[in-house]
Design a protein around this ligand. Sequence first.
Ligand SMILES: Cc1ncc(COP(=O)(O)O)c(C=O)c1O
Length: 491
Amino acid sequence: MNSKLDETLDNPDWDGMRMLGHRIVDDAVAYLQSVRERAAWQPIPAAVRKGFDEPAPLEPRAPADVYNAVRERILPYPTGNIHPRFWGWVMGTGTLTGAYAELIAATMNANVSGFDDAASAVELQVIGWLRDLLGFPGTSTGLLVSGGSMANLVGLTVARNARAGFDVRREGLGAAPQPLRVYASTQVHNSVKKAVELLGLGRDSLRLVAVGGDYTLALDALEAAIAEDRVRGARPFCVVANCGTVATGALDDLEALASLCEREGLWLHVDGAFGALAALSPELRSRVRGLERADSLAFDLHKWGYVPYEAGCILVRDGHLQREAFAVAADYLAPAGGGVAPRGTFLADQGPQLSRGFRALKVWMALQEHGAHRLGRLVHQNVEQAAYLAERIGAEAELELMAPVPLNVVCFRYRGAAAAQDWDSLNRELLVRLQQSGIAVPSHTLLEGRYALRVAITNHRSRRDDFDLLVSEVLRLGRSLVAQGRTAAAS
Ligand SMILES: Cc1ncc(COP(=O)(O)O)c(C=O)c1O
């Protein structure tokens, strides 16, 4: 036989590939074992960066050489969120078992559309577990998605189609007899704004409702906005509640919002990207009470579930509405009455993707390895660390705590000992220096127009002394910036 006709991408040197695999695993273990000893973040040197401009390779290269390039040019420059002192944005830490799960998932290369295979069974089991752990009823369905943004998009698609009052799928939004309205607090995540735009509702259909001093949605302002819209002839159909706002971790009153939505006939979608998993902790569960009354709930596993990227989840209370929003019949996908496609639950009917990766495996393995109780303890530990940091900040006259700390997010800034300064600029500079030092990575936000350093803790590697180091570094950098007269006129 002419072997040219039978070329394959499987490397015939299976022993060599096994050795390479062992080396990769050995390196991965060492990499995570020693992560604390390295900088939380370091910039990519110019020479290395240049390599990313190289043209597409046209000829083969030995796998070991390819891996050597990974070792030299990629592994040393992570985002940093594997490090114990990375608290920027809301990023999860991942685990070694999660990395193993990714290897196994890619080895099986399952296409988790809902065929008769173990991967689909694992995803259905994971959805069932999450549903039970978060108190959703057996009628609910769910789907693992890429993250909170996609979970919000899927949830809001179901909400729109279920509550628009006409057949959106057939007629399109042009047929809407009344403008549709969605409500959320001013603190809502930008992924909800994106979703509203992607759904063709238009940015103006999202009414941003005022918050109180604790950054939670003001119920009276919401009621007034709904009443006003009804008088104007619009059709309110959905409230998006925050279970942990991105800026400060604020928790909207979910019980009150669920009751309000019931009274008003509105869909309640909860964005619980990180906050939802507070329900795993007995100490925190009361803070997210009402979560289980949502019509749809979006949350991430790659944040407070500590599994590697990407993994988010959407749960929909009334499961048939999820299928009604997404299922589209196709001859080539029709159930075959047996074989690979006998058709139980076809997962692709519950979201926008047909081909889907096996992200369920890392969640399944994480829940098996740790159990929900340990995960809940870690979530609680992060919340206690946030309280500890807030206490440390409160005890330092040169630091200012800038918002309440209801969960795991701490906003603060250096405000010096005496004279007025442009504290916004100083803290902006301080943050860049802190990140560049490799010691710690907080991020920032604006609170009522004032610049704040922001620490969001979804990190299972952080220890209390990491927060002591953060406080001492912020004080050191703040003092040195003041001494250098880095800041301009008083703000
Ligand atoms: C409250 C909130 N909602 C949604 C998202 C979006 O989630 P993802 O980044 O997983 O798409 C985030 C991300 O930080 C978030 O904090």
